[in-house]
Design a protein around this ligand. Structure first.
Ligand SMILES: [Zn+2]
Length: 366
């Protein structure tokens, strides 16, 4: 059985009306899943709050204190050292601590479910993959994917983190960079063009963790076919070589062609294919959300991903009762904006370079 953890308190994680991270993306996803009747077979479970001990698996107590203090509206000297400033990506807001605890709690509960023997557990409000032990980054305050990985070590020896977000999954990468038991795999738009600027093929892990970090940087305007080929060859190839026992899957939906933050060019169904491939490995999965900033693409992509993980087939036409039926008439894309031959070739050449470098140089392929 697949479990689903959610609380509307996660929607209070909101950096303000001008910020691209909109809580409606979660509300609309939940509504669409509900209208499809998905929660009749997979009920929504309310998470508990994470314990201090669970947060300290990854974060420093100084950082947690800074988040609490800023959240209460008080000043923290040198708050920018922790990644917080008014005009940055992570402007501190009242209630930030509680909201971050809410999404982290849902990830902790999903992880506990997998530790207890479930095949799959989902927190679509999690997957905040830029946070570091003592620094907020890229809209991410608490590093819930890393907490999940650390918790899974109680039962599983070898773990994989798989990240299909538009952006490089730098948080888990750096946190487990020297860890031989955690493979991190991220497919993303290259840091040459996009935040956070990292995720190059040459980042392969270090010391005992050398060879347990895999990056698949791609060029702007990479479409379904090229993205899937790169994911299959390098992403699934790495998982097959490493042989993990459980997976944390970050399902950022921002690689979509219509997402405003980046330049990958996927369709909804092209992206969901990767979720299905990971599911088909048959390993226990903690599945998390992530980026995704276009309100007409995120809800249907996450609905498709969650239904795929839960093994619930859905008709492509969205239910008449869905409040955004006019804007989201179907789950899949009938078409994405066309690319020129030249654009397609440039993306394909870049992907081939990435694949060639990995298979010729990465320790997992040697
Ligand atoms: Zn992203």
């Amino acid at each position: 059985m697949t479990r689903f953890f959610y609380t509307p308190e996660i929607e209070l994680y909101d950096f303000g009306p001008q910020h691209p991270l909109k809580y409606q993306r979660l509300q609309l996803t939940l509504e669409l899943l509900d209208r499809y009747g998905v929660f009749q077979t997979m009920p929504v479970e309310a998470p508990r709050m994470p314990s201090e001990e669970e947060l300290l698996l990854i974060h420093t107590s100084e950082y947690l204190d800074a988040v609490k203090t800023l959240s209460a509206g008080e000043d923290v000297p040198e708050a920018h050292n922790y990644g917080f400033w008014e005009l940055g990506d992570n402007p501190p807001f009242a209630g930030m601590w509680e909201a971050a605890l809410a999404y982290t709690g849902a990830t902790v509960c999903a992880t506990e479910a997998v530790l207890a023997g479930e095949k799959c557990a989902i927190n679509i409000g999690g997957g905040l993959h830029h946070a570091l032990p003592s620094r907020a980054s890229g809209f991410c305050v608490l590093a819930d994917p890393a907490i999940a990985l650390e918790m899974l070590k109680k039962r599983f020896k070898r773990l994989a983190y798989v990240d299909i977000d538009l952006h490089h999954g730098d948080g888990p990468q750096w946190i487990f960079y020297q860890d031989p038991d955690v493979l991190t795999v991220s497919i993303h738009e290259s840091g040459q063009w996009l935040f956070p600027g990292t995720g190059n093929v040459t980042e392969i892990g270090e010391e005992e963790g050398r060879g347990t970090c895999v990056n698949i940087p791609l060029a702007p305007l990479t479409g379904d076919e090229v993205w899937q080929h790169a994911f299959e060859t390098i992403g699934l190839g790495a998982l097959q070589r490493f042989q993990p026992e459980a997976i944390v899957l970050q399902m950022g939906s921002d690689p979509h062609a219509l997402d405003p933050l980046g330049h990958l060019h996927l369709s909804a169904q092209g992206w969901v294919w990767a979720v299905e491939q990971v599911k088909n490995l048959g390993l226990p999965i903690v599945a998390l959300g992530g980026g995704g900033y276009n309100l007409t693409t995120v809800p249907r992509m996450w609905t498709m991903a969650i239904a795929a993980l839960a093994g619930i087939p859905l008709p492509d036409e969205t239910p008449e009762t869905f409040s955004w039926k006019a804007d989201i008439p179907r789950l899949t894309d009938q078409q994405v904006p066309a690319l020129s031959k030249q654009e397609q070739q440039a993306a394909q050449q870049f992907a081939e370079q990435t694949i060639d470098w990995m298979t010729a140089n990465h320790p997992l392929w040697l």
